[in-house]
Design a protein around this ligand. Structure first.
Ligand code: AIR
Ligand code: ASP
Length: 268
């Protein structure tokens, strides 16, 4: 932030009604501001309020901008997906969606890992391995990145995670198992939306009973999603790659995901 904001020309400028007005805080104490969300305290120390911003970053925040309306869309998509996962037996931090951009979540001790699941090769995997874009990965890859902006979120190994005392062997196994179950549930769900779940990032945390719960968000900011109704390599992209690669029509793509997810949720 503090950098010039990217505003797509298709959006009405000056529409800031969806922004949390700085200085005028309608919520509890601000505990943490991340790249895409703000976390506030609530009256209950076991519960936090997550506020979804329009801010978008990529490449370890070297690229910054805004996707107008993204906060609302991602809050809605995450809500639908958390509900799907909960119904399928995955325990998440989600409690209740309280507004267009706000959800109440269980306070967790965050495990500083980004757990990435890949069904098709894309993004950093293609860059680092030379695997061709779209190559199927069977079985899916589960990767762990260190959630640390200063270090650029480096890829870790099991040995490094143990050496850094981030998680035990047993916890790593649980994270892998949860990530793969979540992948199965979400892949099936998105299939019903005619969307391919290419890859995604999850974050987990520990509740007071030391149980591992799914945290963060699940949205086009954190998933690669390809529209199955077109083979066009640009048109099919319905996720943050539109922002990363300057493909345009970002909010239209996010909106399309929301519509498909809403329609599919209504069927279940
Ligand atoms: N991701 C990773 N860090 C932040 C995010 N959102 C997600 C990307 C992509 C997957 O993790 O959105 O869906 C893999 O990203 P990459 O850059 O490693 O290819
Ligand atoms: N949002 C992250 C960043 O700013 C990673 C990404 O989504 O590309 O680095």
């Amino acid at each position: 932030m503090g950098c010039p904001r990217y505003r797509p020309t298709t959006m009405a400028s000056g529409d800031t009604s969806d922004e949390n007005p700085s200085g005028e805080n309608p919520f509890g104490e601000k505990l943490y501001e991340g790249k895409a969300k703000i976390i506030y305290a609530t009256d209950d120390p076991a519960v936090l309020l997550t506020y979804f911003k329009d801010d978008a970053t990529a490449f370890n925040a070297q690229k910054k901008g805004q996707i107008v309306g993204k906060g609302q869309i991602n809050c809605a998509i995450s809500t639908y997906l958390f509900k799907q996962l909960e119904a399928a037996g995955i325990v998440t931090h989600w409690l209740e969606t309280t507004g267009d951009r706000t959800m109440r979540v269980k306070a967790l001790q965050i495990i500083p890992l980004e757990v990435v699941v890949r069904n098709l090769a894309a993004g950093s995997l293609c860059k680092q391995t030379g695997l061709p874009l779209g190559q199927r990965l069977d079985p899916p890859l589960v990767e762990f990145y260190y959630k640390n902006d200063e270090l650029g979120d480096p890829l870790l190994t099991g040995d490094r995670i143990r050496a850094m005392a981030i998680a035990s062997e047993e916890q790593i196994a649980t994270l892998r198992r949860l990530a793969l179950s979540i992948n199965q549930i979400l892949t099936d769900f998105f299939m019903g939306c005619s969307i391919t779940l290419v890859d995604f990032k999850l974050e987990f945390g520990l509740d007071p009973q030391q149980q591992i719960l799914l945290g963060d968000e699940i949205s086009p900011d954190t998933c690669r999603l390809w529209d199955q109704t077109t083979d066009d390599e640009t048109q099919r992209v319905l996720d943050k790659d539109r922002f990363r690669q300057d493909l345009g029509q970002i909010e239209a793509a996010y909106q399309r995901v929301l519509e498909k997810v809403a329609a599919q949720s209504a069927k279940n």
